[in-house]
Design a protein around this ligand. Structure first.
Ligand SMILES: NC(=O)c1ccc[n+]([C@@H]2O[C@H](COP(=O)([O-])OP(=O)(O)OC[C@H]3O[C@@H](n4cnc5c(N)ncnc54)[C@H](O)[C@@H]3O)[C@@H](O)[C@H]2O)c1
Length: 447
């Protein structure tokens, strides 16, 4: 059922009655949860992916995004009920669907330079199946202006914008909390090409999101919301890191100061740490920087510089800690704990572990690594030797806030290591306990 021209109430009713067909392009960490949630609220959902393996798994009712709580049950239930199926045929899916959602990767290099090939590929397929009254929604994170750059491609099928609607509704979530977030942790942000499309898209997201929808005046404004959320985090983490370095210079414990300062409602000092990784926070500032023609986003650039310098600072702390324990870094056994960019997620993009291992090796240290989500091969790819015990270690360097590291048994570790030094790059350990056991314990913001 085509939705343009209907009010949000009618859209919600038709959605729940199973009369709306939605094609979700990209069945990855974000796309599969979204497809399953749409289906669970009554829509007839076709998931599209270039990976035959993913498509086959979904059609068997299996979830391949194992780290997403609740997703396996949701996929099984909705495939079983006939509301969710998958295909590799994006043109066929577009012909069946009334709404097409693009949630494929928006690939960038480390400076946010985009490779939008997957998005363009999907847009070309949609163009071949686009019908009057259809709505195309981008959910993938995009530099402002990108969704509208798809208009000429979508019009290649012969229709003009206005015959079909276009909208942007950014994913405001992350791996591990996707279902919770999609269904109502935060309101959905929506911008559309015209009022009628906006009304219909509001109806779609109000059906699945208990927190409702914030409608924006344009597609570009909706794109900017998601990008600015990431920039806010990056700049504020940089501020926390800068103040943490200042605290180190002045013999203060940054966490103690931040905690007290944050009891005032206008102060939200973030957590300082070993660096900012992932596909989102360190990259979105580059969207802003790269698109600035007349303005000069100095603060955003400086924040990037500060956060990118933190892995080097962790190496400096390692040298300092070892020196306090009477050892040089050269020839010492360093155990890096954590290869992924954040706890609980196996993602390596811009992980601080990469530069930390590289620099420690340049200084002549013997670098070992362990990560509960990784393999020996992952460590070797990073240039470190896999090590699952603490024997003969001279310094533990914690780079990732995995749950397992918060529960390290320091009393047992103290008996196994050769030198008692801990560099806590994620503030996960109890400083007092470490010091009582005789460790030299340093963390970002407390030396
Ligand atoms: N992962 C996150 O935490 C997160 C959070 C918010 C936003 N996002 C955004 O969501 C988008 C998708 O990210 P993700 O994490 O789900 O990616 P992902 O890598 O987990 O999954 C992407 C899926 O798209 C498929 N795909 C690639 N090219 C395709 C094509 N041309 N046609 C059809 N399918 C194709 C892949 O096979 C894969 O299954 C990105 O724009 C990302 O920035 C991700």
């Amino acid at each position: 059922m085509k939705l343009i021209g209907l009010n949000r109430g009618e859209v919600k009713r038709l959605f729940k009655e199973g009369k709306v067909t939605i094609a979700v392009y990209g069945l990855g960490k974000m796309g599969l949860p979204l497809a399953a949630v749409f289906a669970d609220h009554g829509a007839n959902v076709i998931g599209v992916d270039i990976s035959e393996k993913v498509v086959e798994m979904v059609n068997r009712g299996e979830n391949h995004v194992k780290e997403e709580p609740g997703l396996s049950e949701l996929v099984k239930k909705n495939v079983g009920a006939g509301r969710l199926r998958a295909t590799t045929d994006g043109v066929w899916a577009a012909k069946q669907a009334d709404v097409m959602v693009i949630l494929v990767p928006t690939l960038t290099d480390e400076r946010g330079n985009l490779k939008l090939d997957p998005v363009y590929d999907v847009a070309k397929k949609i163009a071949k199946g686009l019908e009057k009254g259809d709505i195309v929604i981008t959910e993938a994170t995009m530099p402002p202006g990108t969704t509208e750059s798809l208009i000429p491609i979508l019009e290649e099928g012969g229709l003009k914008l206005g015959d079909f609607g276009l909208a942007h509704a950014p994913e405001r979530t992350m791996t591990g909390t996707a279902i919770r977030d999609i269904t109502g942790q935060y309101p959905k942000i929506v911008g559309a090409s015209d009022e009628k499309t906006l009304e219909a898209v509001i109806g779609i997201y109000e059906t699945i999101n208990k927190k409702g929808v914030i409608s924006m005046s344009s597609i570009k404004a909706a794109e900017a919301v998601k990008v600015f959320e990431g920039v806010y985090r990056d700049v504020n983490i940089a501020l926390a890191n800068e103040l943490a370095l200042w605290c180190e210079e002045h013999g203060l414990d940054a966490l103690e100061v931040f905690k007290a300062a944050n009891t005032q409602p206008y102060c939200h000092l973030h957590m300082p740490g070993a660096g900012v990784g992932g596909h989102c926070i360190p990259l979105y500032p580059w969207f802003v920087i790269n698109l600035a023609k007349k303005t000069n986003p100095r603060l955003v650039k400086t924040a990037r510089e500060i956060n990118d310098s933190m892995p080097h600072h962790v190496v400096e702390l390692t040298i300092k800690g070892l020196n306090e324990a009477g050892r040089p870094l050269k020839g010492s056994n360093i155990l890096v704990l954590g290869l992924t960019f954040r706890g609980g997620v196996k993602e390596f993009m811009k992980s601080p572990a990469i530069p930390i291992i590289r620099e420690l090796k340049e200084w002549g240290a013997k670098v070992h690594a362990y990560d509960p989500l990784c393999t020996k091969e992952d460590a070797e790819r990073f240039g470190a030797e896999w090590k699952e015990d603490f024997k003969d270690v001279d310094a533990l360097v914690i780079v990732t806030d995995h749950r397992e590291f918060k529960n390290l048994k320091l009393d047992e570790i103290a008996k196994k290591v050769r030198t008692k030094v801990i560099i806590d790059g994620r503030n996960v350990l109890d400083a007092k306990k470490a010091e009582e056991l005789g460790f030299v314990y340093l963390r970002v913001g407390k030396v």
